[in-house]
Write a protein that binds this ligand. Structure first.
Ligand code: IVH
Length: 698
């Protein structure tokens, strides 16, 4: 796809365009597009970003400007053309060139040995090579490229007919809008794959939803398949979907063209696609000559499933040689030359004992199911959010039901469904309260929202929850002021509101008991430190409805001082990127309330930073701030998540891949490609676990 020389040239080209902030010169349009496509490929296909978000945005904006000025220069495969206009009404049904089949499943070594035996019978040979790759848990899609251009993207549907979701597929930056297929003699090709969502993206997305008063989505798979069917492509773009392509189902060569050599094996074909810029499991595939090796690899891989960026529910084993595949054929359900090895389900059944109703910091009432404790994927689950009343109704769960519980990856557990066939008739309907369980005010529900809310802002649980949020890690990060302490102080009248954090009567704290001198000093210090937090964290911490971390950043960067918002109206707020009328209204309401202004004044008096200028300083506050880390291989001295937490607590950050932006790579046993790459780059400090511990000591 790109030679190292190409990469160097494109990278320098990007930097040059970024440095030249002169006129929007139409002459550079081609190089501009090339650099953006290259940046997309690095980011989405290679997971190795070369530009910062700001740099990327600047290039994109420049391209948009030039195209606006010279509309005749717009091409169908320009990166700007992912951004479809307007809304589509519904999705037309289309037929797949070749039916989209499913896979047969195996669950253990015996199943695989059986399958291997059948393969040898059908293929009529002793020697079969197997290619093994991850089984991605997302939404399957089929893409057609005509003369190298993406002409159609469709969902699986019933396997024969799917929905035409081309406009949405075009938003997914991992999927090339065009590729040099013609040069390879390919006129048309149909490629199959999976639309997936990065676990981190999914988590951030859910956080944002919760901040906006919406219920979080259950798992990355639902998020991916739901997003593909959204009617607004702009919304699809925001969700940052990704894709992995794993099968060529059909292709037509131009007259007289030679079939590319790579298209004789599955392994070759995915490498070939990868070299043309398509996202494939090229780096995750392995070829084995014997089923025993396949089995050993399956077992080994299962242990690592949580360390992958995407949710994986098994491995797929495919006969590598296409000629053998053809000989073996398929059933109406699945190909005989492929099989899925499914990992142990992270599902279990349990009994729904009761439902509690919790009050959140913005008054939303969340039903929480209490279940008989069950072990799923290494953790014990006892309570599970049911999100809101609609979810309860939709699933028709009742108290006393046996329920199916699933935990997908690192993601929070959820109730899949009640097992209605096990009902005895004794089950009780879940009654949603009409009044707040904390302050007894009548609950309200807004038209476009799923949540019932307590709108009494003096509701004691809400006040305490607001403070817990303010002090939390992603907001003001006052480490020793967790939920338990806040609740204790609040109950004793030591913390009337957020600003009260900076006016705690320490004599009374000492009298409370349970606080030694050391812990008081630590707490004081943490509170003092928080005064210097950047404005975006403060804005997020204030707990303005619909304002999540991202929106808080947008808001903070738009003003010099928080009080500037006192004069901003909905119209002015709506000019900011990604701020719509709903968020704008909520922000205006918040700053118009005298009680909120009073809190801001008190924060000001206490010396809390309310200006948009502490950014630079913040970066130098932790010992490791500004430093980036990545862990690879099997770590024996500590758990990866603990080590990552240490880095973050000291102000450093964790990267997802090795790039020039990486400062430290910490290597455990059996480190692989990441280590190789870091060595090649030369700019990365490579540390053993011991060296890492020394670095962070104290
Ligand atoms: S091959 C004829 N490879 O799993 C080709 N499928 O449970 C059949 N899937 O419908 C598909 N990762 O949506 C294949 N590496 C992979 C896969 C994969 C995920 C999905 C696919 C399929 C489903 C069957």
């Amino acid at each position: 796809m790109y030679t190292p020389q190409d990469e160097k040239r494109l990278y320098e080209q990007a930097k040059k365009i970024l440095a030249d902030d002169g006129q929007d010169d139409p002459q550079i349009i081609d190089s501009l597009r090339q650099t953006i496509l290259y940046a997309d490929w690095k980011y989405y296909v290679q997971s190795d970003p070369v530009l910062s978000d700001d740099e990327y945005d600047a290039l994109f904006k420049k391209l948009k400007h030039i195209e606006e000025k010279y509309p005749e220069l717009v091409t169908a495969d320009s990166p700007t053309q992912r951004v479809a206009l307007g809304l589509s009404e519904r999705f037309p049904t289309v037929s797949h060139l070749v039916p989209m089949l499913s896979l047969d499943n195996t669950y253990n070594a015996e199943d695989l040995i059986d399958w291997d035996r059948k393969c040898h019978e059908l293929a009529e040979t002793d020697e079969i090579e197997y290619c093994v790759e991850p089984k991605y848990d997302g939404a399957s899609i089929s893409l057609i490229y005509d003369n190298g251009n993406l002409s159609r993207g469709a969902t699986r549907g019933d396997g024969v007919m799917g929905e035409d979701v081309t406009a949405n597929i075009r938003q997914i930056k991992a999927i090339p809008l065009s590729a040099a297929l013609a040069k390879q003699g390919v006129v048309q090709i149909e490629i199959r794959g999976e639309i997936v969502i990065h676990k981190n993206v999914f988590e951030a997305f859910n956080k944002q939803r919760v901040a906006e008063g919406l219920s979080p989505l259950a798992n990355p798979r639902n998020a991916a398949s739901g997003t593909l069917r959204i009617l607004d492509p702009a919304e699809v773009r925001k969700r940052g979907l990704n894709a992995i392509l794993y099968h060529i189902s059909d292709y037509t060569l131009s007259a007289g063209a030679q079939r590319p050599d790579e298209l004789r094996t599955h392994y070759g074909s995915l490498k070939w696609l990868y070299s043309l810029g398509f996202p494939t499991p090229a780096r995750e595939m392995k070829v084995f000559k014997h089923i025993d090796q396949v089995i050993a690899y399956c077992k080994e891989f299962e242990g690592q499933r949580d360390s992958l960026a995407f949710e994986v529910d098994g491995l797929v084993i495919k006969v590598n040689d296409f000629a053998l595949q053809d000989r073996m054929g398929m059933t109406s359900h699945h190909p005989r030359w492929a099989v899925a090895y499914k990992f142990k389900a992270r599902q279990a059944t349990s009994k729904l004992l009761d439902v509690e109703f919790q009050v959140g910091r913005v008054g939303a009432i969340t039903p929480v199911a209490k279940i008989e404790p069950v072990h799923i994927g290494g953790v014990t689950v006892k309570s599970i959010s049911l999100f809101n009343e609609d979810v309860i109704k939709e699933k028709d769960v009742r108290i006393g039901d046996t329920v199916l519980v699933e935990r997908a990856g690192d993601v929070i557990p959820y109730i899949v469904k009640p097992l209605t066939e096990l009902r005895t008739g004794e089950e009780k309907e879940i009654k949603f309260p009409t009044h707040c369980p904390a302050c007894n005010s009548e609950l309200e529900k807004q038209q476009d929202e799923a949540a019932w809310r307590c709108i009494n802002i003096a509701c004691p649980v809400q006040v305490a929850e607001r403070m817990i949020h303010f002090a939390s890690k992603d907001a003001m990060d006052i480490r020793s002021l967790g939920g338990a302490n806040v609740q204790k102080f609040y109950d004793k009248g030591l913390l009337p509101d957020i600003a009260g954090i900076y006016h705690i009567d320490w004599n009374r704290v000492s009298e409370l008991g349970g606080f030694g001198e050391k812990s008081v000093t630590n707490l004081k210090e943490a509170i003092e430190q928080s005064k210097k937090q950047p404005l975006n964290r403060l804005i997020f911490g204030l707990g303005i409805r619909h304002v999540g971390e991202t929106t808080a950043k947008t808001l903070a960067s738009a003003v010099a001082h928080i009080s500037d918002f006192y004069t901003w109206d909905i119209e002015k707020l709506s000019t900011l990127e990604d701020i719509g009328p709903k968020v704008a209204t909520s922000v205006v309401d918040f700053f118009a309330r005298p009680e909120n202004r009073a809190i801001i004044n008190k924060l000001d008096e206490a010396g809390v930073n309310l200006k948009n200028e502490y950014r630079g300083e913040q970066q130098t506050s932790g010992e490791l701030s500004g430093k980036t880390f990545l862990f690879t291989g099997t770590l024996s001295h500590f758990k990866r998540s603990d080590a990552e937490a240490i880095v973050e607590n000291k102000g450093g950050s964790i990267l997802g891949s090795v790039s020039t932006k990486l400062n430290y790579l910490v290597v455990g046993e059996d480190a692989g490609s990441k280590l190789e790459k870091a060595k090649k780059l030369g700019s990365v400090n490579i540390l053993t676990e011991q060296e890492f511990l020394e670095l962070v000591k104290g």
